[in-house]
Structure formats: C-alpha cells, structure tokens
Design a protein around this ligand. Structure first.
Ligand code: GLC
Length: 432
C-alpha cells in the first residue's frame, strides 16, 4: 500500500529518514574560495577559464574529516547531505571521467573518500548532493542560467555541444559515486528548470538529464537508497528550500514525503560578508515547525576555504546540541499530531506522547483544545518536572476572576519564568 503520495510503491522503505527528522547539508566546492554565494560564477558571468584560479588555489589544509563528523553528529542530526559536485562542475572525489577534480588541486586528496567513512563511524547516514547542471562541462548546452550566456563566441559553441555526451558523463559520474564509496543512503539531485524560456534557449528537465536512466542506475546500484524529486519525474522526496510550508503537506489524500532545506544565513556556500544569520532559536523553531508539519529538516553549513566549519555555524550547532540532549524525543520518531496546537506553539507526537513546543512564553496558563480526559501526566522535558493541569469543572462557580475553561479543554499551569531552554517542551502522556 502506498504511504506517501510522492513515493512509488516499489521504492525503498523510508523509516530511517522519517525517524531521523534532522540532517545537516554541507556545501563545499571551489565557490567556497570566492566566498560570495555558490552561484557567483553565473551571477558574475565568469567563464570557466577565469574561474580556474579557484581550482588552482583550492587547498582546505585544515580539513579533518573526523572533526566535521563529530561537529555534525553533535548537533543532533542523524544524516548528512554532502555536495559531490555543484553547478560549477568541480568534482570533490577522484573521478576518472574529468580532470576537473579535487585530486588535481593543490589539496590533492579525495575528500569524499575521507569524509564518508568518518561520517559512518559516528553513525550518520550518508546523502550525496549531485548537480545535474554543469557550467564547466564542454558538452553541456549553454542556456539562460549559464555563466557564458551573453558571450557570443561561447554561445556559438552550442551547435557543437552534444547533450547525449553530457548525459553519458552524468550517468558515469553517478555510477562512480554509487559504486566506489560504499553504501549511500540518500541521493539528492539538483535541479530541473524545464519551464524556463529565454527565447534563444530553454531550461532543462528530466529528458535533458535522461533522468529515467539515472533513476535506474540509482535503483540498481543502491536499491535501498532514497531519492529526492529534483529530476522532475513527479516523485521522490520533495525539498522546499528557504521556505516553510504553512501546513502538513497532502496530495491525493496521502501525506507527502518532504524535507525543508534551510540555510543559516541565506546562502549555501561559505559567504564571508553575508551576516544575515538566523539565531539558534529561530533555526530550532523552524526545525520544530517542520516536524510538526510532517517534514524533515535539512540545515546547511558552508565550511570555509581552510576546511573549517565557521564560528557562526558552530555556535548555532552548539545550541542545537544542548537542546537536543534534553529534547531529543520530541523530535526523533515524531510526526504531526491530530490535535490543534495553541497559538505560538507546535505539537509533535509519537504514539501516546504528545509534545507541546512553546515558542512564546505565556503568563501563567496555556489552554489545550480537546484534551479533556485524555491526559495521564504532564512534565517539562528539560528537567522532568511535573506540570499541573486541570479541566472544566461543572460544579465550580464561575466568577469573573477565575480561569475560564471550555468543557473539552484543559489548562496547564505554568511557572511565571520560562524554563531555561531555547524552546521549552511539555511532554503530555495521553491515555492509551
Ligand atoms: C538550489 C541552488 C543551490 C543549492 C540548493 C539547495 O537550487 O541552485 O545553490 O545548492 O538548491 O537546495
């Protein structure tokens, strides 16, 4: 039986993914050195020749796979998605199909070969991001997104570029990734834009990637591996980016399998001058909001050119870590609840445990709809301390100075001062 509207019946089991709920995205590549958005090659219309200086200077000398693995594991994340190749076309592994690869830079090491075992060692599941778009490959037809879109001599090469050769290259690189680096749990392709039309060129989509072939390769080589939906074949994990849906996602009467991907400062690659950092509290609220709506949360970090996760990301990671240490069970293995959460709150639920996440601390009381007679016990998750609650009492004489409780509701009695926790959580034990 189909569980999710966008997940074919013959696709693998998704339990590890929906149980995990939280992953870390890592954007790392030549754009890391430019340090001004991972799209600057095309934003600034830089030709592959002029972009080559980043290739020649790529040397993240302080990179330490075990350090990344520990820092990421410590956030509370259960999986990672790492960029093997972004739109710039640079391969972060020792591909045999191109000279444009990490082992030909001053760094000279196969980063993927170091990273994946380190991630697995700390128990993280492995996701690989792979760009369908390639602004370096000489056979990739130039379109309106390409850095050389306004360069006449470049555009003239389009009649010599054969899409089939690029498709073979893409298929070949994906095959390498799925055969030479052990078990891959999640493949994250990026992205299709067939609806775009610039007059002299159009966007690219499933047919241009020969997505059916890529999908078959994925299914054959890694039968248990999950796939996102950016091939545009109409199925796979949906990945809204830098956007929070306002309700649980449903299609054709079934829930949608989805993952919100979010940045900490608005860009994916390391961006030195961009200081629009979301606070740890804001990030955590987004994460909780996502789980309350039935999605996973993929939080990005863009390590810097020395190979270090920057201070701002680390500070946020640390706060997430402290929160997860105490509140893990309100997220992991949890999903949305049928109950309607009060204002400024989100519910997540796992069986008969209902978790109330309080985003804005109210004074004294909080009213919970439709829970009369359904609760056995309530406690704060941060310290396991009991929370008193009461329901409507028909015997009670209502005066204007007392709490007003609707017959189906209950009222939690809260301390005036909020618990010292980024987002306080009350664990409600429901009657079986
Ligand atoms: C986007 C962007 C990109 C980023 C990604 C993450 O579509 O092209 O730079 O890697 O998706 O969701």
């Amino acid at each position: 039986m189909k569980t999710y509207s966008n997940w074919p019946e013959n696709y693998p089991d998704t339990t590890w993914f929906t149980n995990a709920r939280f992953g870390v995205f890592i954007h790392f590549g030549l754009y890391t050195l430019g340090a001004r958005h991972e799209w600057f090659m095309t934003n600034e219309q830089i030709t592959p020749e002029n972009y080559r200086k980043y290739f020649e200077h790529f040397d993240p000398d302080l990179f330490d796979a075990h350090q990344w693995a520990q820092e990421i594991k410590a956030t509370g994340a259960e999986y990672v998605v790492f960029t093997t190749k972004h739109h710039e076309g640079f391969a972060l592994w020792d591909t045999k199909l191109s000279e444009y690869k990490i082992t030909n830079t001053p760094f000279g090491r196969d980063l993927l070969a170091e990273l994946l075992p380190a991630f697995r060692q700390v128990g993280l599941k492995i996701g690989l991001y792979h760009s369908l778009i390639d602004w370096y490959h000489p056979e990739f037809p130039i379109d309106g997104l390409h850095p050389c879109r306004e360069d006449k001599s470049y555009r003239a090469t389009n009649n010599k570029r054969t899409l089939k050769s690029y498709q073979d290259f893409l298929a070949g690189q994906v095959t390498e990734l799925l055969t030479e680096y052990g078990k891959i749990d999640y493949m994250w392709f990026d992205f299709s834009y067939a609806h775009r039309d610039w007059g002299w060129s159009v966007g690219k989509g499933a047919d241009d990637w020969d997505a059916l072939r890529l999908e078959t390769i994925c299914r054959n080589l890694q039968p248990e591996m999950l796939l996102n939906d950016r091939f545009a074949l109409g199925h796979g994990i949906t990945t809204p980016e830098q956007y929070q849906p306002d309700k649980p996602l449903y299609q054709d009467g079934l829930p949608v399998l989805w993952e919100a991907c979010q940045t900490m400062n608005g860009t994916w690659g390391y961006d030195r001058n961009n200081q629009q950092w979301k606070s740890a509290e804001q990030i955590l609220q987004m994460l909780i909001d996502t789980v309350a709506k039935g999605g996973n949360f993929l939080l990005n970090t863009g390590p810097n050119g020395r190979g270090l996760i920057d201070k701002q990301s680390k500070e946020r990671f640390k706060e997430l870590n402290e929160w997860f240490y105490l509140h893990n069970r309100s997220i992991k293995e949890c999903g949305p609840s049928e109950f309607i959460a009060p204002a400024d709150c989100r519910y997540t639920q796992n069986g008969n445990r209902l978790y109330l996440h309080i985003f804005a601390w109210p004074y004294g009381h909080i009213h919970l709809k439709d829970l009369a007679g359904k609760i056995r016990y309530a406690q704060f998750l941060n310290d396991g301390s009991e929370v008193f609650y009461r329901g409507f009492d028909p015997e009670e004489v209502i005066t204007t100075t007392e709490t007003i409780i609707e017959p189906n509701d209950i009222v939690l009695q809260l301390p005036t001062k909020r618990p010292d926790s980024l987002v306080p959580v009350i664990e409600l034990f429901l009657n079986n």
